[in-house]
Ligand binder design. Sequence first.
Ligand code: HGY
Ligand code: MN
Ligand code: MN
Length: 409
Amino acid sequence: MRDTLRINGKRLLERLQSLGEIGALQGGGVCRLALSEEDRQGRERVIGWMRELGLQVTTDAMGNVFGLRPGQEKGPPVMTGSHIDTVRTGGLYDGNLGVLGGLEVVETLNDAGITTRRPLCVAFFTNEEGARFAPDMMGSLVYVGGMPLEEALATKGIDGEKVGDCLDAIEARGSMSVGNPEVHAFVELHIEQGPVLEESGITIGAVEKVQGISWTELTFTGTSNHAGTTPMRLRHDAGYAAMATATFVRDLVNRIGGDQVGTVGYLDIAPNLVNVVANHSRFTVDLRNTDNERLKQAEQELADFVNQLADREGIEFERRTLARFDPVPFDLAMVDRVESAAKALGHSVMRMPSGAGHDAQMLARICPTSMIFVPSADGISHNINEHTEPADLEAGVNVLLQVMLDLSE
Ligand code: HGY
Ligand code: MN
Ligand code: MN
């Protein structure tokens, strides 16, 4: 009976659409930055669904939310989940699919009158994106003990606001100490956010690992001056330095090759005027690689370049590490479970790494963990046109259902 159990794809889509109304952008997409008013509304809606499904809802001091479904026995639950915060130009599925897919699994079991041996839990973690407050995966990192709670709460975002103050402003700070509930195993359903599954014509990704992530913030301080009267030999141009570094990053990544990727996504220049040599620039460099040694090489070459550039240009600089996570391998038995569940359901499946960071990479520090990927149309994500076909969404949640049933017995 359990093998033939299937989720309700229409109900799943309705919840995804409903949650996507919160923070909806003109012309499509979603903006629900961590700990914003939109995040508060999103939390309220998801917690409401959790309660409607009979889950026991708890919130920890970092605002991580857990919906527990009791089992026949007590003990650490089989957990699934992800995040409901988005980047500024987010889509309907990044993170949300993992949380609402978990709720769909619960409702399917409720409808079938099934109580699993182990308890189940559906979670969403605070500030997975890291777009407002770095590092990313902050909530799950604190939950697994990888970042002290106080340090996280004191973290300032790109708008100067503190995490703790923003948690309180949206009444998201819970009373439960971080690290609860314990967890038996964790499996996260997520869109791939890249082109691999679609290009391979494969429906399910059994994720073997998450690549290493290095986020650095660089601040250059030069001398503002007249764009017309200042000879080039007398310039200390913080704008030029930022853009020279951005082009260096692209050349560096092309030179290293392989899985190496590099992005300058955040750039602020002042005074940002047509006829003034910039005296200030602040920007971020996102470097990633599945190979940690190569990632370290990229970080070292970037540091060397910035030192030499600052000397040459006669400018000051500050460097701040916003995030640094080594590549994380997932538990092979868990990857096998994802792969065999997909095959048993008749879906094509391939083992693959994750290019994006995920809460699962933090849960892997404390319990057997893996991820289930479904295809992203045109490999697009962190973009309002993010899309995954309903049949693929449904396939992913059916695989999640079977893996959770498997783990809960
Ligand atoms: O940046 C990431 O990989 C994730 O979206 N937080
Ligand atoms: Mn995500
Ligand atoms: Mn994301």
